[in-house]
Design a protein around this ligand. Sequence first.
Ligand code: C2E
Ligand code: CA
Ligand code: CA
Length: 780
Amino acid sequence: MIFRGFQSRLILLFVAVLALLQLTTLIAVRLAGERRLDDEVPRQLSQANEVFDERLQSQRRELGNFVRVLASEFAFREALALGDQPTIESALANHQGRVSADAAYLLELDGSVTASTVDSPGSTTSFPFPELLNGASGEPGTSALVTFEGSPHQVVVVPVLAPNPIYYVASLFAVDDEVLSVVPLQTSWDATIWSGDLTSATKTASSIPPDELPTLLDRVSAVPYGEIVDLQETPFLAMRRLLDTGDGSEISLLLVRSITDVRSSQRQLEWSIFLLSMLALAFALLAAVAVARGVSRPLLELSHAAGRIERGDYARPIEVSGGEEIRRLTTAFNSMKEGIASREQQIRFQATHDELTRLPNRAHLLDQLASHIANARRLDRVAIMIMLDINRFKEINDTLGHQTGDLLLREIGGRLENLLGEDHTVARLGGDEFAVAFVGDASDEWDVVPRRIQQAFDEPFELEGAMVEVTASQGVAIFPKDGDDEETIMMRADIAMYQAKRNHEPFVLYHPGQDQHSLRRLAMVSQLRTAIAGDELQLFYQPKMRIADRSIVGVEALVRWQHPVHGMLPPGEFIPIAEQSGNISAITRWVLARAIRDIASLSERVSLPKGVAVNLSALDFFDDNLVGLISHHLEEHGLPPALLTLEITESAIMQDPPRSIRTLERLAELGVVLAIDDYGTGYSSLSNLTRLPAHELKIDRSFVMHLSDGPSQDHVVVRSTVDLGHAMGMEVVAEGVEDEEIIEVLASFGCDLAQGYAIARPIPLAELLPYLERPKATAQ
Ligand code: C2E
Ligand code: CA
Ligand code: CA
């Protein structure tokens, strides 16, 4: 916008200057034209006068010659000597006719007329211009301009010599149109001549055509003598001059000149200058536009280029054509752009790459993985992520030194990059962890790349002369199978990688459930062993109440882990880990021993008819020593078997029903009470249930907790479960009893026992005795 304004301003300036220039030229031409007219007119005028005067002179000379011929003619002189009147008269007439004179006279020396060709009366008696005779006695005679018969004439008087003058011969010639015609021929002026006052002049002679003359003369009366006058309303200049006459009469010469031609040629000149100006202006306009463009376009382009740089587009080179300055500016711009671009690239590279191997770092890998996932989604393919960890890298680092360790990491990075194509992202995540991400065809071909990577590691690495054997563990996770975002995929590849490490496998594909092997859990596994041995486990006891009389009849032992770092952990956090890592039996043994010991000592002080309940997990059924162990502990602490309840979940039994039933039967034989825990959450069939030697049915807390919310499906389930348990000869326990109202509902259903926060929370042994010893009123 700025440049457009700049452009038009430049053009305007250009054109304005030129227009001004043209205008001044035009004015100058006009003034010059006027001045030329003013200068030239007088000069031309005097020239016209000269031509006119010269014409008169030549006419006189000519006439003089003719008259002298007559005066010296022998026959004429003889007739004069003889006084032969008729011959004299005919000679005069001949002369007149021959030279086309207007009149001819033969005069006595005193001026009286001897003979004449003039018929008019009076003229025959006297010569009209006697004063001329005085100067005519000499040889050439005399001549003058005179008014004769009302119009300008030339008169020539010549003496007849014998040898003294005896007579005069005078001849008169009209100054007529023909005489004047020489003036316009030689000058640009016209001549008009008349005698006396113009208005009363009978005859005018003129070089102007007779039809134009009257209109012109109409305007002349006011013209003063000797001045150049611009005739009003006509393109004429005029000058009137009084001529010298021989008879004292008034004879005027009017010289007129049309200035139409001068004016029109001036106009023509001006017009063509104007046209040329316009043409020049048009050219100037074009030139101005071109120049303005030439100046502003490079600036505009540079400003566009600057805009592009601002937006971070460094790819396009800046190309601006223009003069030397523009070229230099462009070069400066380009080098500035390249400077910015390379610095930015450097910064970006540092932010997204690992300094040691120059491979993409974790952040960059996540970005790349995200785009691989997007591509896979679009192309209906899969995105594969491989997490790779160098085995025993720490050892290599410790024995060969950090520098060698760094060298190895670089070598590994290089080897991976060479092995895999451009479309595979190879990254270093830090330490000895690498990652590869790419778009694959199908998830069942997941092991192709891990296999190739494994082969690449078969070749030993040469590190400063030493050949080092290196292996790697790879974990693979696949989009969309194992998650639909890059974070999840990366996490799961990580989990699979740990699995591979633990199992000493070169590569492992993630499968659901492996999450439990995540780092924290892995750490927990090893910590659990020391926890069991190091007394970090604790038992809490939760009372069970007989609904009918509201007495506390027993407690359930619930384990906790007082973790040195994570604090008190609920069983849900470590029991599954213990089960998976094969540590559960150690826990069960510890709980059994502790619970039996605690309750045995407790039973000496308070009555607890149902004793203590201990939870078993599915894996405990595979512990062949379990039954022996229990009886050993019971005997050791003198606790009657009926005071020990074992809680088993339906799902635990269902893992291997025959085996579970065998174990349960042996336990039942022992005399311990068997309870089916979390009833309602599994899929146990009634037939399975009837085959179990169970004595107690614990309805899962999810059915119980909301009983106080009013009649619902839960009511139906709980009521029918109570009925079912009773029908099979079992006592029914409701767990998750969170308020007093639930107890009332349960009572109405005929449920036997209740357990839950409404009665008591799980509490440590130290608090249990005071709780049980309270006056009965509070228990109620
Ligand atoms: P469970 O056998 O169903 O144990 C009862 C759980 O319900 C306990 O959670 C207890 O704190 C909680 N509970 C008690 N009253 C209420 C109540 O009114 N409302 C609610 N919402 N919850 C109540 P805890 O102690 O976290 O134990 C969780 C599970 O861990 C137990 O469920 C049991 O399956 C398992 N477990 C606990 N101790 C052991 C053990 O020593 N060995 C084995 N194998 N499993 C154990
Ligand atoms: Ca239980
Ligand atoms: Ca339960």
